[in-house]
Design a protein around this ligand. Structure first.
Ligand code: FES
Length: 106
């Protein structure tokens, strides 16, 4: 999957992500700004919070309750498109996926 990370200033990192790898893991291994992932992917920190591009939303399962709770309590800005990137697993069926990094995380 070609994952595009759009920074608040409009700059982009485009990373080829293998099936089974999360949007968070790929960001951390490629040092994408704004995705810290303090809890290591357990949906416990919200430092991997992203906004999924509307064009990509249908490619992943809907948000889980645990994500909603974590984003509400820990992320400073929540939108309709908010997700924890550690819960977004890429697969061979997804060609492209686009996420936006919240400005307060950078
Ligand atoms: Fe902590 Fe995603 S890495 S919630």
């Amino acid at each position: 999957t070609k994952v595009t990370y759009v920074q608040p200033d409009g700059s982009r990192d485009v990373i080829e992500v293998a099936p089974g790898v999360t949007v968070m893991q790929a960001a951390v291994s490629n040092s994408v700004d704004g995705i810290v992932a303090e809890c290591g992917g357990s949906a416990m920190c919200a430092t991997c919070h992203v906004f999924v591009d509307p064009a990509s939303t249908h490619l992943v399962p809907p948000i889980a309750d645990v994500e909603v709770e974590m984003i509400e309590s820990a992320a400073s800005e929540r939108k309709e498109t908010s997700r924890l990137s550690c819960q977004l697993v890429m697969s061979g069926d997804i060609d492209e996926f686009v996420v936006h990094i919240p400005s307060h995380q950078v």
